[in-house]
Design a protein around this ligand. Structure first.
Ligand code: SAM
Length: 333
């Protein structure tokens, strides 16, 4: 796979190529953002994870989503939801996992809202919704009624423009806040749209072998570029806790969840081709010569192969973080 050439639409949408990769992969597995779960991923929780809190329907969700949902549900049960916002929804991984795991417990009156700034990601999500509705045509259950009513809209996570103050009970987000330029602003806006006592739950990456391989390969082609895919504050438990508290949240809890990215025989180059179109990398290589970009893909593919070993597994670590907007009483106190 050569270094992908962006089309004019992709130039306007930094996530378009990742969305295209996610679309391709969705034909093989559950759609999700290719940067975090390329090819095939599995994850395992740390020993202090909560036990499943009640008999939810059995699913095969990655542990990171199970941890996200159970931790949020413990703080504010989905059975009390009025509006659930999936911010930076991408191709719909979080909302579809939520429906699969907690659909029957979400009140019929609740609104499901999903927002992203990438037109390509939103198109993927709408296609997934259409597909779900087609495949569940004959069914008349909670899952179908939830899929029917999801509002999939262009919403910037940094401004949440169009989302009213205090109108949301739960904000969920899969691997988004730590990528944002203005993550402090995004969290303040999240607090604005949540009602008093409302809850935010997010997953973020803290480090992974595939990102280390990427940073190493960039350095081989252009020494002293100093690419850091994950900002410092998001790498440690204390850092993440501080960011979320700073926006005014209380009861902040951070759990560590490990993940694995698996790739098949002969797929290392395809994986490298996806990794080099993550926006943070695209920005760095924007002014590079074509041969330097080709060399980056070559070196990265070799490094992915080497680190993956015989099992072709790359390890990663993530945080699941939750926080509650103070109730009016505690805000005044
Ligand atoms: C790593 S992907 C995660 C997608 C999805 N949440 C998932 O779990 O698969 C990051 C997503 O954030 C979106 N994004 C980036 N900046 C954004 C912004 N300012 N507002 C809303 N979405 C944004 C991207 O378009 C992309 O879909």
């Amino acid at each position: 796979m050569a270094f992908p050439k962006p089309t004019s639409t992709e130039n306007d949408d930094p996530w378009a190529e990742v969305a295209a990769a996610a679309r391709m992969l969705s034909q093989r597995s559950t759609p999700s953002c290719a940067t975090t779960t390329a090819i095939q991923s599995r994850s395992s929780t740390s020993p202090n994870d909560p036990p499943p809190n009640d008999p939810k329907p059995s699913t095969t969700l990655p542990a990171i989503n199970t941890t996200l949902f159970t931790t949020v549900d413990t703080l504010l049960p989905f059975s009390t939801a009025t509006t659930i916002l999936d911010t930076g929804c991408g191709s719909g991984a979080i909302t579809s996992a939520l429906i699969a795991a907690h659909g029957p417990y979400i009140p019929k009156s609740a609104t499901l809202l999903a927002g992203d700034t990438s037109a390509a990601m939103l198109a993927n999500f709408r296609a997934l919704r259409d597909e779900k509705l087609r495949s569940q045509l004959a069914r008349d259950d909670e899952a179908r009624s939830l899929w029917e009513k999801i509002r999939i809209e262009r919403i910037d996570a940094q401004t949440l423009e169009g989302v009213e103050d205090g109108s949301v009970s739960h904000v969920l987000s899969g691997h988004v806040y730590f990528l944002l330029e203005d993550y402090d602003g995004a969290l303040r806006e999240t607090a604005r749209v949540l009602r008093a006592g409302g809850v935010v739950g997010m997953t973020t990456g803290t480090g992974s072998e595939h990102l280390e391989a990427l940073e190493w390969a960039v350095e081989q082609v252009r020494p002293e570029t100093g690419l850091r895919c994950i900002k410092e504050e998001w790498r440690t438990r204390e850092g993440v806790e501080g960011v979320v508290r700073r926006a005014g949240f209380e009861g902040v809890e951070v759990r560590e969840v490990e993940s694995e990215m698996r790739f098949g025989e002969g797929e290392a180059r395809g994986l490298a081709g996806i990794l080099v179109v993550i926006p943070v990398v695209k920005e760095v290589v924007a002014g590079w010569r074509a041969e330097e970009k080709e060399k980056l893909v070559d070196l990265l593919a070799e490094e992915v192969e080497r680190r993956g070993g015989d099992g072709r597994v790359l390890k990663g670590s993530n945080f699941v973080t939750v926080g509650r907007k103070p109730s009016q009483a505690s805000a005044v106190a």
